[in-house]
Design a protein around this ligand. Structure first.
Ligand code: PMP
Length: 369
């Protein structure tokens, strides 16, 4: 056979992925042209701490020649969270944490139990494994579906993922509810994803190591303003994290991110300041929405889910026209007509409220369900 013929033959063959990957839903975050007021991804809408900027400027060319060393920074983070160093695993964002947790624990015959609507990536990563997904729909009030979640636990339940506060709803599960679920599912990992912890203020991280099936996730993408660096973590008992460590690349968190994290942890006053800004803006913006006659769900996060109704697409487009990006969540289970709006600073949210108001003026039906 000539090389030309071999190349021709090979070009006609197609390699298929594993069956589960073939059936996986695709996830394309609507990025691009985001040089506007970004109220669409629940990021910090301003900047990270100036101390982080300085740390990044001090990274030398030689520093970059080394492989990253995660462990010393894990020890710092552990100290900050008041857990043991072995109880912390730094990851390339919480997304990677979810991915490796699924890889380490979900087998054929296992179930991932998920209250919905919730953060998309639990489903995406679970569907790349051989486990199945069991969803529990929240009621129209979007409160944490505690009773139905308890009722859905069975012998196959392997991971229960609870975003607390939840996205896109902003609702929360109480500590008592989380403990009751951990108790009802002793053979399952209860992943409590505290990505939005700072805007809520309540955590179960103090239970890490005490409740043997509890794993908490935290991100530095939100309050810390480091989404671009990809920094997240899992905090859990060493008996569980050791298996996750096996499937995680030792270098998945790069050295620039590690240097930034070290500086970020030292500047607590920046976080306190930013969170206070968001909380003030949240109170003002929500009362503004009420004033405009819009329905929304109570929120403990840096975003709010608003019921725009039939004109949700026009709303998102009109906001974009005014330079404000918001996120249509209408395709999420139970969220028809809903748009999620990130809360930034009071000034940014006054701009956003003015834009919402002008949309409603030209679309008076917009406020109807
Ligand atoms: N968990 C939740 C509940 C989120 O909303 C998000 C971000 N959208 C993440 C995790 C992902 O965080 P990270 O940027 O650390 O991957």
């Amino acid at each position: 056979m000539t090389p030309d013929q071999a190349v021709k033959d090979l070009a006609a063959t197609e390699i298929q992925p594993r069956a589960r990957v073939l059936a996986m839903p695709e996830y394309h975050p609507p990025l691009g042209h985001r040089d506007r007021l970004r109220l669409d991804f629940n990021e910090n809408t301003l900047a990270c701490s100036p101390a982080v900027k300085t740390a990044l400027e001090n990274i030398s060319a030689t520093d970059l020649t080394r492989y990253p060393e995660r462990e010393p920074v894990e020890a710092l983070v552990a100290n900050y969270l008041d857990v043991a160093p072995e109880q912390v695993l730094l990851t390339n964002g919480v997304d990677e944490a979810i991915h490796v947790l699924c890889q380490a624990f979900l087998d054929a015959g296992d179930e991932l139990l998920l209250p919905v609507p919730t953060y998309t990536m639990y489903e995406i990563y679970a569907s790349s494994t051989d486990a199945t997904l069991r969803k529990v729909q929240a009621a129209d009030d979007f409160r944490f579906p505690f009773e139905s979640l308890l009722g859905a636990i069975n012998a196959r339940t392997r991971i229960i993922a609870i975003a607390n506060p939840n996205s896109p709803t902003g609702s929360v599960a109480t500590r008592e509810q989380i403990l009751a679920i951990a108790q009802a599912a002793p053979g399952a990992i209860i992943l409590v994803d505290e990505a939005y912890f700072h805007f809520y203020g309540q955590s179960v991280i103090d239970l890490v190591g005490k409740v043997p099936n509890l794993v908490v996730a935290r991100t530095f993408s939100k309050a810390y303003g480091l989404a671009g660096l990809r920094l997240g973590l899992l905090a859990g008992p060493e008996s569980l994290l050791r298996w996750v460590r096996r499937v995680l690349s030792p270098y998945s968190v790069n050295s620039v991110a590690l240097a930034a994290l070290t500086a970020a942890l030292k500047d607590q006053s920046y976080i306190d300041w930013y969170v206070a800004q968001v909380k003030q803006a949240r109170a003002e913006f929500l009362s503004g929405l009420t004033g405009l006659g819009l329905d929304y769900w109570p929120t403990e996060a840096n975003f709010v889910l608003v019921n725009i109704g039939a004109t949700h697409r026009e709303f998102v487009a009109a906001m974009r026209e005014q330079g404000i990006l918001v996120r249509d969540r209408s395709a999420d289970p139970g969220c028809l007509g809903c748009v999620r709006i990130t809360i930034g600073t009071p000034e940014q949210m006054r701009t956003a409220l003015t834009a919402v108001e002008s949309f409603l003026k030209s679309n008076p039906a917009g406020a109807s369900k």
